[in-house]
Design a protein around this ligand. Structure first.
Ligand SMILES: [Zn+2]
Length: 374
């Protein structure tokens, strides 16, 4: 019988070999042996095992550098996949991601959110049909994660605060009984921030501010979503910006939501974002003044975050695609005017604009777990 020590060592070797191939996208056997300081027979044994388990594939041969051509080793990107869903007020989106976070297939559903069985069954059956159609074996699907507007308990089972969709108390059971398998719930802002951090691993400690119809935000620390003791870590939207000011949906007044969300901008301007930014860019004086005021509000929110957390700020969400480098410079100038500390240019950046980041981030929740536990 093998001792636990040998078993652990074998497992660690297998995990290290897989991680090396995964991180490098492709590599040769000799390279793995050298990088991990393992003998060639040990690497060969692990590769054999990984081939047999269908986790890696042969990607052809490298160009010869003199001797025999080395085989190209690659991870089988869809050896495991995960399903991510994003639920919004009038619309839901589902995506299937592979181990590198590539969206393999997606679908959307136009349906207005309601807290009733008709809605839960429609969404649940739609997810179930999507999974059936993508045609992956059940042991290949790592899980189903649903991102929703609302704060979710740390066990990812229940919405504990959800005034936008009025979904407080909704739990995984509401969906899983129609999907026919378990799922988890995620706060959509946290899922979206996590997706950004997955695709941009060079970003370490960051605060994401999503300028969506309703403001969202999340902190990533050491590549993990920061949740806080009560799952309420980083709820920038209800940070008090102007006490006694505009009425917020949370019942209080003067929240950041009322000044920095896309809804607040559209309400002030009396038009949608397309129309607002079109008029702004052709030099409408009223729009320029509304936009400057909006950026001032945002600069105050960002300044407060910087003073508390000293994180890099990443601006995303619905307003982001309309923003240009000039807007960013102006925002930086406004933040600097408030601060006694030096604020570098890199302190605020614009998001890369992923397609449906919350749904992606939801799927990546399982991908990351799988990679960490391999
Ligand atoms: Zn509020």
């Amino acid at each position: 019988m093998e001792s636990t020590g040998i078993f652990d060592l074998k497992r660690r070797n297998r995990s290290n070999v897989y991680s090396y191939i995964y991180s490098n996208k492709h590599c040769a056997k000799q390279e793995i042996a050298a990088a991990l300081n393992l003998s060639l027979p040990t690497v060969s044994q692990n590769l054999k095992d990984l081939f047999e388990s269908n986790f890696i594939i042969n990607g052809g041969l490298y160009e010869s550098t003199g001797g025999r051509k080395a085989a190209i080793l690659q991870c089988k990107a869809d050896a495991k996949v995960a399903v991510g869903v994003e639920i919004l007020k009038d619309y839901s989106y589902v995506t299937l991601c592979d181990l590198y976070g590539n969206a393999l297939k997606s679908d959307s559903l136009r349906l207005t959110y309601k807290n009733d069985e008709t809605y839960f069954s429609a969404v649940g059956y739609w997810i179930k049909a999507f999974i059936k159609e993508v045609d992956y074996a059940s042991d290949q699907i790592l899980g189903i994660a649903i991102a929703t507007q609302g704060i979710v308990s740390n066990d990812l089972q229940t919405v504990i605060y959800g005034r936008i969709l009025n979904n407080q108390g909704v739990n995984t059971q509401h969906f899983s009984k129609y999907i026919g398998q378990p799922c988890v719930l995620l706060h959509d802002s946290k899922a979206a921030a996590f997706a950004e951090s997955f695709y941009h691993p060079q970003l370490k400690d960051t605060c994401y501010i999503f300028l969506n119809r309703n403001l969202g935000s999340a902190t990533i620390m050491n590549h993990e979503v920061f949740s806080g003791n009560h799952a309420r870590g980083q709820i920038l939207e209800h940070m008090s910006l102007f006490p006694g000011g505009r009425q917020c949906y949370c019942g209080k007044t003067g929240c950041t939501e009322c000044y920095c969300s896309a809804n607040s901008l559209m309400e002030t301007a009396g038009e949608d974002l397309d129309s607002f930014f079109m008029n702004l860019r052709v030099g409408s004086d009223t729009r320029i003044s509304i936009w400057n005021e909006y950026l001032q509000f945002l600069s105050l929110a960002i300044y407060n975050v910087l003073m508390v957390q000293d994180l890099d700020i990443i601006i995303g969400g619905k307003i982001r695609p309309f923003m240009n480098e000039e807007d960013l410079k102006k925002l930086l100038r406004f933040v600097r005017a408030r601060s006694d500390f030096e604020i570098p240019d890199s302190a605020i950046i614009l998001e890369q604009c992923l397609d449906h980041p919350a749904a992606r981030g939801a799927a990546l929740h399982y991908i990351k777990q799988f990679l960490a536990e391999f």
